[in-house]
Design a protein. Sequence first.
Length: 453
Amino acid sequence: MNRVFLRFVAPVFLSIALAAALVYGVITWVFGEPIRENAEKQAAPQIFLLEQYIDKAPGDEWLQRLNKVREVSQVKLDLIPLRTALTQLNEKQKARLMDGEIVIDAPGRAFYRRVDLTGYRYVDSENDVLYAQDLPIDMWQFIRIELLRYVLVALVLLVPLAFWSRNHWREVQALAKVTERFGSGDLAARTNTPVASSVYPLSLQINEMAERIAKLLTSQRQLLHAVSHELRTPIARLEFAMEILQDSSDDRNVHRKIDAMRGDLFELNALVSELLNLAKMEQQHELRRDRFVAEEFAMACIQSLPPMREDLLLDTVIEPASLVLSGDQRLLARAAQNLLKNAIKYASMAIHFELRLSKEGFQIIVEDDGLGIPEAERDNIFEAFYRLDRSRDRNSGGFGLGLSIVKQIVEMHQGRVEVGTAKLGGARFCMCFPYAASDKSDSAGNGLTAAPN
């Protein structure tokens, strides 16, 4: 919808209405009242009959001619006292009537005129007023014509405005699509607006902004990738040196310290691996679209987990049992494993792992019975390197990258991740994924969601 044009319609009609009122006021002030003049034109035959036939009669025959006209005319002609007529007129009309002029009452379809000013037509005639009613005056015809005139003027103004705003709106929509593509991760998206366009300066600013952002992100990723790679060499050297140091000494205290150092190196090596994985996913723009059985996917995710405590119960539910998933299987498994690892760290006794069908696609849900996540922290936990206060120790804290990777994988699949409180009492993570268009079209015949495999 052309919102620019719609925003112009009301101001244009309002401007035309104000201009019409101004024009009417100026014309009335300079040339007289247009409605009264139009009424005089419509009542011209009756005025002509009065002035050229009735008034032409000798003084003693004036009433006789008036009565003859009454018999044949559809206009009602009455004689009323001057005082009565004056009560029905405003000051300007009173002055004109006293001067012997015809006073038109357009809304009442009538006119007033004194019989004479000196009383020569009959006794006391100077105190009577001829009151003509039911004149063929159509005031609304004049108003309709004026309204039609101004509506036509407004339409003439709006037609070129509509063509201009249509092109302008298309150009604005094109800029919006480019910014949407850029915000979705397409860093090469740029505007291609003609120089003559009214939004050309804005498109230049958008391109310059996109260029700067793309350079900053690219340099950041390259730095992260290079640092992560460079760290592997000294880590490998330290591991090799500790192996030599451990073999060259039989002291248990030395061995215990070496084991602690080896744990630190293992943690550092894991951090480097996480950083590399994060950098790779940020550079990946295209996804593999696989179709795979949910039951096999869940088993593979669980088998790849580190050993769990013996008192920890992992409950797996797949609904329906024949559910088939769609997406990059490797990345989806990574996201599910990250959530399961978090649940293993913080769960007290139970973990719930569920894959189920939804209206738009499918969901992967992980719940635990741990302490849960405070509502104020739920928007922050997906930021890179963000950790809750209670999880900063080495045994359970991690690096703050796992959930950031989860969110990135979900968004790459055009999905969303929701955080809440589980029925078990702890944290609940729900990854919601839509099916691709090709999967939806194949679902009826190939059992994408619920048909037997």
